[in-house]
Design a protein around this ligand. Structure first.
Ligand code: KG4
Ligand code: ZN
Length: 395
């Protein structure tokens, strides 16, 4: 009865990386609570996520985080209609904490449990907020760039009943874009995570000071080439005869390292790292006070090169696949320059581009609860024996 009257209340749980999160979302379009416990402080001394520590922190946080999400949503364990949890991709141990807890809770409460792909979650973060704004008209196909610390994927999405279906038309061959931001920041002694710091520092430098060669994909995707030849002969699926748009970001990271070495910048890095480590929450003035012009220019140029590559490839893919709407989501979608460049370039082509708000760009559980709603409607519930899949693909 309640479902028809008041919508479906889904409790989402996310623990795939370094954020323990829980949220309650009503019918995929209204966020009632969205609680995120960040582990940044735990991983900061190591300059990156330590998987064992992540699992331990999830174990510590999951019960209070879920309680807080229910409390803020004015819900109880009994009043929710279903639970949703991230199945993958992510760190296996970290995923298992969320999954074990969600399974136990669903079993005890006798409520359905829905397994959600983390990448679909990032895509649904955009949808959730568009619906919240009253925008329910979406033109397909949607091209979604999911760009985060672990992923750089391009998906072509179509609607299929209540759900969406996805085709991967590009991914990174090596580092994810967020990983490149994190590694460059670490290399320059700027701390972890690197994306937000580089985002704030870049406007203080000259983005044209350092020229990086455009990233090249060394080995063309032979499988796709073979499929393309076959498709041309036999008239296979539309996209099989089209180009892929892969990314590669380990080259630019190495180019930054080379620049640091050849310009004798190493001497300034250790004192900067040490100085910033003494400040609990460094402000932008703390960063600029510890960066010379050469460093600021390098940071700005690195960001420009990253943004140019992401925007250039994504818009080329949008043209190739006749995308009607563009989504840009995931942690790196929080980047100011990336948003500005996407808005400017997509407008030139008359292509609507949608981003999540910044809190929904990075990992959260509202996106997991939102992505679960179509599955709830289709009664696509998780089997009791489902488990974490660190490398889960999105289809
Ligand atoms: O989506 P997310 O929270 O976790 C993953 O699924 O990976 O993304 C985290 C990543 C990190 O690499 C972080 O440096 C990057 O997103 N990031 C940013 C910004 N905010 C977060 N990168 C560039 N600019 C930002 N403002
Ligand atoms: Zn993510």
């Amino acid at each position: 009865m309640k479902q028809e009257m008041a919508g479906a209340y889904i409790l989402g749980i996310e623990s795939s990386c370094d954020e323990t999160a829980a949220a309650v979302v009503r019918s995929g379009d209204e966020t009632l609570s969205n609680v995120v416990a960040s582990q940044i402080a735990t991983h900061q001394p190591y300059g990156g996520v330590v998987p064992e520590l992540a699992s331990r922190e999830h174990l510590r946080a999951i019960v209070p985080v879920v309680r807080q999400a229910l409390f803020e949503a004015k819900q109880t364990y009994q009043s929710i209609d279903a639970l949703a949890v991230t199945q993958g991709p992510g760190l296996a141990g970290a995923l298992l904490v969320g999954i074990s807890y969600a399974k136990a809770l669903a079993f005890a409460l006798e409520k359905p449990l829905i397994a959600v792909n983390h990448l679909e979650g990032h895509i649904h973060a955009v949808l959730l907020e568009e619906r919240q704004k009253g925008n329910r008209d979406l033109r397909f196909p949607v091209l979604a760039l999911v760009v985060s610390g672990g992923h750089t994927h391009l998906y072509l999405a179509e609607q299929r009943g209540e759900s969406w279906s996805y085709e991967n038309i590009g991914h990174t061959r090596d580092d994810a874009a967020g990983e490149a931001f994190d590694k460059v920041a670490k290399l320059l002694g700027l701390g972890y995570p690197g994306g937000p710091v580089i985002d704030r520092l870049a406007p203080h430098g000259d983005p044209w000071a350092v020229k990086f060669p455009p990233s090249k994909i060394k080995h063309p995707d032979r499988k796709t080439d073979a499929i393309a030849q076959k498709a041309q002969k036999g008239g296979a699926r539309r996209s099989e005869s089209r180009r892929r748009f892969d990314f590669s970001y380990s080259g630019i990271k190495t180019a930054v390292l080379r620049y640091v070495e050849t310009h004798n910048m190493a001497l300034a890095i250790e004192p900067r790292r040490a100085a910033l480590a003494t400040i609990a929450r460094p402000k932008i003035e703390d960063y600029t006070a510890n960066c010379d012009k050469q460093t600021l220019d390098l940071v700005a140029s690195f960001q420009r090169a990253m943004v140019e590559d992401l925007v250039g490839k994504t818009l080329a893919a949008a043209r190739e696949y006749d995308a009607a709407t563009l989504f840009v989501t995931g942690g790196v979608a929080a980047n100011n320059e990336l948003r500005r460049a996407f808005e400017e370039e997509a407008a030139k082509e008359g292509l609507p581009v949608l981003f999540p708000s910044r809190p929904l760009s990075t990992d959260n559980a509202a996106m997991i609860a939102a992505a679960a709603y179509p599955k709830f409607l289709e009664k696509d519930f998780a089997a009791v024996d489902f488990s974490a899949e660190a490398g889960l693909a999105l289809k």
